[in-house]
Design a binder for this molecule. Structure first.
Ligand code: GLN
Length: 194
């Protein structure tokens, strides 16, 4: 069974844990640098990216996570997690840093605040039918991708909301809150392939 670590500093850790448990993965919560050596892949949950960034630095997790991602550890980031994976942020809050690894520019809160949250049926060709029921909650978008980044899904207006780059997967929305398991299953296939 693939060992999936979920960065458990802040955010929707429990929702991810539930989906991976349902898919029969071995779920581990990651809070200390040494936890990173016990996992085959890492999830960066949704939440508040600037808070997760601050806590990661306070707990001495920032550099170990950066190095693990740069060293090829598969990572899946949802929403705040996508922000934390971005090499570049269009609108960081003061002093905000990311782990990086994803050669893309991401815009935080691209749709406005909490009241502008919405759900859509999103076509995701790599997952096939039916469309993904995607919940966008103060969600980011990918405004610019490097050559090695593959867009996996876009909104009707063309804005990219899911990407893959090697073993890095990122979605601007939260499949883990809407009963959707196919992105998590796709991530597990990446782990098993290694
Ligand atoms: N807007 C949040 C941020 O900047 C992300 C929101 C979410 O993860 N649902 O981190």
């Amino acid at each position: 069974r693939p060992r999936v670590g979920i960065l458990a500093l802040q955010g929707d850790v429990r929702e991810h844990a539930r989906v991976f448990a349902e898919l029969d993965a071995d779920v581990r919560l990651v809070r200390r640098p040494e936890d990173l050596s016990l996992i085959d892949g890492l999830v960066l949950p949704g939440g508040e990216s600037s808070v997760i960034d601050k806590l990661a630095r306070a707990f001495g997790m920032r550099e170990p996570i950066r190095e693990a991602i740069a060293g090829g550890l598969p990572v899946y980031g949802t929403c705040a997690g996508m922000i934390l994976l971005a090499d570049r942020l269009e609108n960081p809050i003061a002093g905000q840093q990311t782990f990086g690894g994803l050669d893309a520019t991401v815009r935080r809160n691209a749709f406005g605040g909490q009241v502008e949250s919405f759900e859509v049926a999103l076509e995701v060709p790599v997952l096939g039918a039916p469309p993904v029921h995607a919940a966008f909650i103060r969600a980011p978008v990918v405004v610019d991708c490097g050559a090695g980044v593959e867009p996996l899904a876009a909104l009707a207006d063309g804005r990219v909301v899911a990407v893959r780059q090697g073993a890095i997967l990122a979605t601007a929305f939260h499949p883990e809150v809407s009963g959707e398991t196919r992105f998590h299953a796709l991530f597990l296939r990446t782990l098993r392939a290694r």
